[in-house]
Write a new protein. Structure first.
Length: 388
């Protein structure tokens, strides 16, 4: 049975360009930190990939330390959060500002900061809209860091982080701004400069690159003023900010995927938007509740709530038909708790427990959307409803 994969916010299949680049890199076995010819050959591939990822972020002539490769987006965000908060602890404030719907990689880091005595202010995102005025009001107190996601991984809400980051810089230029752009990279147009971000997290496997590779963009001023320290100390690789021998094969795949995705971004986003709109139209005819952000949203995500059918029950039904969707973030799908993102959006615990996430890539087709809708209609008509 052919798989119809509609869970691209969890991960994406490798693109041909990434596969080719990784196959080529497999023949280059040198350690990129070695000074001999084999090492320098690997170092050259590493720098080419760094240039490609930076270019896809809108950063030309990338400087040393400006783009740091990590093992994943989670590690990149950990470096951003802990690396800046503890660079000069309590130097001018004890407050960190974030949102109430962050990915676990950021939310769990925030809980650790709270345990260490910092004040964490979580800004509401009701109906998928960031409360910018609440964020600006929170900036009245000295703030060390503002860390906010660009696109919510469960609802597709596209937050106006640029206004908050600009306000933070206007209030105190020492405040560091970090954006988890894992779901926004190559899905919505931005550059670090356009959103006033000092730090930006991206990940390879969300853009048809390999799993196990992420990157953190770091504004040169942050490096110059030493406002970030290593989270993972050791041999001093990646300009001393992320020790450990680099995953050259994976990084080369990341670079190739970023270059390919950047070249076709406008076309790909238009295609994903068309698929999402087609799905919305069919679900509306079926009477299914769609959890649509009240403001901007990314093109690739649609969250929906089933009529009194547990999401896990429907997931099993769809999976048996070869259709892959999700009940939420893949990083928290095994949790028994209500999704914080959906609770922040405004869904009840019951609604969240009956919700599915459909997420597209440019590879998806109209036939796959139609097959999903046909299967959902069958499932709604036959599956056992929850008794309230």
């Amino acid at each position: 049975m052919p798989i119809k994969y509609l869970d691209n916010s969890a991960t994406t299949p490798l693109c041909p360009e990434a596969k080719a680049a990784m196959t080529e890199a497999m023949e280059v076995f040198g350690n990129p930190s070695s000074l001999h010819a084999a090492g320098q050959e690997a170092h050259t591939l590493l720098n080419l990939a760094r240039t490609r990822v930076a270019a896809a972020l809108g950063v030309k002539a990338v400087k040393p330390g400006e783009l740091i490769f990590t093992s994943c987006g989670t590690e990149a965000s950990a470096l951003a959060i802990f690396g800046t908060v503890y660079a000069k602890p309590r130097r001018f404030g004890n407050r960190v500002i974030t949102t109430d719907c962050e990915h676990p990689s950021v939310e769990e880091a925030m809980k650790r900061l709270e345990a260490d005595g910092l004040e964490v202010v979580r800004i509401p995102t009701k109906d998928g809209v960031l409360d910018v005025e609440a964020a600006i009001a929170a900036l009245e107190q000295p703030t060390v860091l503002v860390s906010m996601m660009m696109v919510n991984n469960e609802t597709g809400a596209h937050f106006d982080v640029a206004r908050v980051f600009a306000a933070a810089k206007a209030k105190d230029s020492r405040t560091v701004t970090h954006c988890d752009a894992v779901q926004g990279f190559l899905k919505v147009p931005f550059t670090p400069v356009s959103i006033h971000a000092d730090l930006v997290t991206v990940s390879a496997h969300k853009i048809h690159g390999p799993k196990g590779v992420g990157a953190l963009y770091i504004h040169p001023d942050i490096i110059k003023t030493k406002r970030i320290i290593p989270y993972l100390p050791g041999g001093g690789q990646e300009s001393g900010l992320r020790s450990g021998t680099e995953n050259v094969i994976g990084i080369c795949g990341f670079g190739a995927a970023a270059q390919a995705g950047f070249a076709t971004r406008a076309r790909d986003c238009a295609h994903m938007t068309a698929l999402r709109d087609r799905l919305e139209g069919k679900l509306r005819d079926m009477g299914v509740q769609m959890n649509l952000p009240a403001a901007a949203r990314a093109p690739h995500v649609l969250n929906l709530t089933l009529p009194d059918i547990k999401s896990q029950t429907m997931l099993n039904f769809l999976s048996a038909k070869g259709i892959c969707v999700s009940s939420g973030s893949a990083c928290s799908s095994h949790s028994t708790h209500v999704s914080p993102s959906l609770a922040a959006f405004g869904l009840s615990a019951h609604e969240a427990d009956c919700s599915l996430r459909v997420s597209f890539s440019a590879r998806n087709t109209e036939d796959e959307v139609d097959a999903l809708c046909e299967a959902l209609e069958q499932g709604i008509g036959t599956l056992v409803r929850i008794r309230r």
